[in-house]
Design a protein. Structure first.
Length: 79
């Protein structure tokens, strides 16, 4: 399901997925958290990343996605 979430989010957003940061079974399917490169900068330590919550149904088809957090690559997870 994580791979399906990454593929579908990449196809819809046109952005590069960096990592899957979480996956959770829900009543209706799956929620997958995906870290995405939103803006590449030089130096790369200042890139802007975002974490998206991707909702999949029981068959693995994307039903929704939303950005839940945006941050600089060098920022701590708590920022």
């Amino acid at each position: 399901m994580a791979e399906r979430a990454v593929e579908q989010l990449t196809a819809l957003s046109g952005r590069t997925a960096e990592a899957v940061t979480g996956i959770e079974r829900t009543d209706d399917g799956w929620q997958v958290r995906v870290e995405v490169l939103e803006l590449e900068r030089i130096p790369h330590s200042t890139d802007l990343l975002a974490e998206y919550a991707v909702e999949l149904d029981g068959d693995g088809d994307l039903t929704s996605y939303r950005r839940v957090r945006r941050y600089a690559r060098g920022a701590s997870r708590e920022d």
